[in-house]
Every structure is written in structure tokens, then in C-alpha cells.
Design a protein around this ligand. Structure first.
Ligand code: ADP
Length: 163
């Protein structure tokens, strides 16, 4: 059985992430969405528990996808699951340099964890969680880019912040 992890902040999950998950499930037997706890950054909009909930609600229809969170080295987390690889999504060329360096560093730490790059649908190649947060904070339309419950959660966050 081949397990893969899909690490990231998922702050919050978008249709771009979901598109990557849909591509991953046909390649691997089990996909673990691995939310980085980023305890040191503390700059995420959603707490880890909130991010886990939004991811769980997004993956309900898959029977081979689960969600977990981790801190520390990604490759150590992957090894705990006996994962053969980690998935990263590639958007524009601008993602490439960072991802390239990260993949080589991870490989030098643990050669048993491969990095697999997947490309989302063209309609999501400009999409990032930070872009969504910016548009949502300004009251712009985001319904084409996130599930409805994510849009509602964002609206709640920003309305509460304003009040
Ligand atoms: P990070 O916090 O590492 O920037 P995210 O949590 O936003 O990453 O996303 C996790 C992974 O999903 C990254 O590899 C990122 O490139 C990828 N990703 C995010 N949005 C998209 C998208 N719209 N299309 C393709 N890949 C994406």
C-alpha cells in the first residue's frame, strides 16, 4: 500500500488544494493531508483545529484521504506514516525555485521520501490561501475558489475582526 502525505499550511484549504488531492488519490492508496502547526509563526488566520475541521469537511467524499497535523521535520512526519512521498502543488514558475530547493533539502535528510509535484487545473494556478484571505478581508467574491463552508468561515473571521 502506497501512502503519500500532502503537507502545507492550508490556511484555509482552497479549491486549488482540493484539485491536487483529486489528482493524488488516483496515484496513491492513501493520502494524508498534513497541516503544519507553525507554532513559531503564529501568523495563521485559522487555528490548527479550525484548519483540520475545514479540511475534514472538504475530504468527506474520499475514502482514502485523512487529515493530521504535525510540527518538526516534514520527512519525519512522512516516515511515521511509512509514506513513500510528499506531494507539493506547482502553480506558476515562481513556486519552482523554492520547491526545488526544499525538495533537494528534504531528500538529503531522508532519501526514502520522494517529492512528487502535481499541477492543479489552470483555473487555479493563480490561487493561494493568502490571495483568498486578502480578497475575503476586502469583501470580494471568493465563491469560485473555496468550498461554501470555507467562504462562510472566512466571512465570520473578517466580520468578527471588524466588530
Ligand atoms: P505553503 O504554506 O507551504 O505555501 P499551502 O499550505 O498554501 O503551502 O499549500 C500546500 C501545497 O499546496 C503547496 O505545495 C502549494 O504549492 C500547493 N498549492 C496551494 N494552492 C495551490 C494551487 N492553487 N494550485 C496548485 N498547488 C497549490
Amino acid at each position: 500500500m502506497k501512502t503519500v502525505i500532502y503537507p502545507g499550511s492550508f490556511d484555509p484549504i482552497t479549491n486549488g488544494h482540493i484539485d491536487i488531492i483529486e489528482r493524488a488519490v488516483v496515484l496513491f492508496d492513501k493520502v494524508v493531508i498534513s497541516i503544519v502547526k507553525d507554532v513559531d509563526k503564529g501568523d495563521s488566520l485559522f487555528s490548527v483545529d479550525e484548519r483540520i475541521k475545514l479540511v475534514s469537511d472538504s475530504i468527506k467524499h474520499f475514502d482514502n484521504v485523512i487529515v493530521d497535523s504535525f510540527d518538526g521535520l516534514m520527512v519525519n512526519h512522512a516516515a511515521r506514516y511509512n509514506a513513500v512521498a510528499a506531494i507539493r502543488g506547482l502553480r506558476a514558475l515562481s513556486d519552482f525555485e523554492f520547491e526545488f530547493k526544499m525538495a533537494l533539502m528534504n531528500r538529503s535528510i531522508n532519501n526514502d521520501i520522494r517529492t512528487v509535484f502535481l499541477m492543479s487545473h489552470e483555473k487555479y494556478t493563480h490561487l493561494s490561501s493568502s490571495m483568498i484571505k486578502e480578497v475575503a478581508s476586502l469583501g470580494g467574491p471568493i465563491c469560485n475558489y473555496v468550498p461554501e463552508f470555507v467562504a462562510n468561515a472566512l466571512e465570520k473571521k473578517y466580520n468578527n475582526e471588524k466588530n
